[in-house]
Design a protein around this ligand. Structure first.
Ligand code: PHE
Length: 449
């Protein structure tokens, strides 16, 4: 085992804030609305909520348990807890997912910077909805801008990760998220008072069972994993920094509730506006970027609100990208025995190359397609809908069947100091419900059953 004292999160608020900082980000505000829009609206929301409860929470708590028990990165954690067994492969799949997610997520974070820049330059005012919708497509297919913003965002992420866990992450996450929350509420209020908003709310909340397709369910599962930052060891890594006195069960529950609330509130802002401005709900990855500026144009003081919003959204994205990069850095530095700085440089170089390809998906590399998908689509689909659920499946199986109930109990009750009365429910979920649900959704979604 490790001899040197590991960094750990200081205060109670620190842990939850950092894990929530990882979970809350573009996944909630950009990805959730666009995937929901493409997958039938209300029915997607319903399935999403069910899966987050039955699968999401158990996977998250399992990750915390593994990480805090082993005090290592995801790969090292499995090696510590199951020496000589192939479980560490799960950690490796997680590291692969981390590379791929960082590559495309940072690209979207770069789009956010472009929108921040536009907001500051008053680039939306006086423009028609048509022009605003076009702006996004023009920007994204340009040659250099998306790549430049991607690189800038990548460097900001790396800079924070190099500066260390506590100082770096905790400081930035704590104070800012409440402001983002308030701004989303402002957007919500404006959106639901737009003429024609009712149709958007109906789309979001009314479950139309005829719109259910096998893909809908897989997309909901993938979105749940993505949004909660689970299935690849982000929260194993963060779990390894959690103080032994923290209540892991509470942390998992609070993070999940906060994450889900933000996603639903983002939906309440976006869909009324989508319908009010005649945007296609299934418009795909550009949906939110085409819709948000239009809402700001309808708000008094929209200029300032839009700057503040895109600034906070960039920061929310940053607290997520640092959590993904942290997985890679913890892995490299602990397993290859190199410094955090060298590890970060290695990671940034690799992700940088992948990300440039992804950022150019509509520009330089627009002619590259596999199964009708560009680089961006491949990375987005493969990570959320395949790598994360596969990782999550093995994580719950490990905790449910292989880690030993006594170990799990010991970790969740902080060595017997607190009562974790939910334990039997948790064990039941990780043993049976979550793995079965993941397996069924997965095989169904890929057309295997
Ligand atoms: N959960 C983050 C978000 O919603 C993205 C993320 C995915 C972060 C996977 C870490 C791991 O924005």
């Amino acid at each position: 085992m490790q001899t040197k004292q590991r960094d750990s999160f200081g205060s109670r608020f620190g842990v939850i804030a950092a894990a929530a900082g990882s979970a809350i980000g573009l996944g909630n505000i950009w990805r959730f609305p666009y995937v929901l829009g493409e997958n039938g609206g209300g029915i997607f929301l319903l399935i999403y909520l069910i899966l987050v409860t039955m699968v999401g929470i158990p996977v998250m708590l399992s990750e915390f348990t593994i990480g805090r028990r082993a005090q290592r990165n995801p790969y090292g954690s499995f090696r510590v807890l199951a020496p000589g067994k192939p479980w560490c492969l799960v950690g490796l799949v997680g590291i692969l997912a981390a590379f791929m997610i960082l590559a495309f997520y940072t690209v979207v974070a770069g789009w956010t910077l472009e929108y921040l820049y536009q907001a500051i330059n008053n680039g939306f005012s006086g423009k028609s909805p048509e022009t605003i919708k076009n702006m996004f497509d023009v920007f994204r297919s340009s040659t250099f801008r998306p790549i430049l913003w991607f690189l800038i965002f990548m460097f900001m992420t790396a800079w924070i990760v190099v500066s260390g866990i506590r100082k770096g992450i905790e400081k930035y996450t704590k104070v800012l998220m409440p402001f983002l929350f308030i701004l989303i509420l402002v957007l919500d209020i404006r959106a639901i008072t737009l003429p024609g908003a009712g149709e958007g709310l109906r789309f979001l909340f009314k479950a139309d069972f005829s719109k259910i397709s096998t893909e809908t369910i897989l997309e909901a599962l993938g979105q749940g994993f993505f949004s909660l930052s689970i299935g690849m060891g982000t929260l194993i890594t963060y779990g390894s920094y959690i103080n032994k006195k923290e209540k892991l069960g509470n942390a998992a529950l609070n993070v999940t509730i906060a994450d889900t609330l933000i996603a639903v509130l983002a939906g309440i802002a976006i869909f009324p506006a989508v319908f009010a401005f005649g945007i296609e709900p299934g418009a795909g990855t550009g949906l939110v970027f085409k819709t948000l500026p239009l809402i700001f144009l309808e708000i008094p003081g929209g200029y300032f609100f839009s700057i503040l919003f895109f600034l906070l959204l960039s920061i929310a994205a940053l607290t997520s990208t640092i959590s993904v990069l942290e997985v890679i850095v913890a892995f490299f530095s602990e397993e290859l025995n190199i410094s955090r700085k060298t590890a970060t440089i290695l990671a940034v170089l690799t992700v940088g190359i992948l990300g440039v390809m992804v950022a150019g998906s509509w520009g330089w590399f627009s002619r590259f397609h596999v199964f009708k998908q560009n680089f961006f689509g491949i990375f987005d689909f493969t990570t959320a809908n395949i790598l994360l659920p596969v990782g999550g499946f093995f994580i719950v199986i490990f905790v449910g069947w292989f880690m030993g109930t006594q170990n799990v109990k010991d970790e969740l009750s902080n060595g017997g100091d607190i009562r974790a009365s939910y334990l039997p429910v948790f064990v039941f979920l990780v043993r049976y419900v979550a793995p079965l649900a993941i397996a069924l959704v997965f095989m169904n979604g890929l057309g295997w059953i």
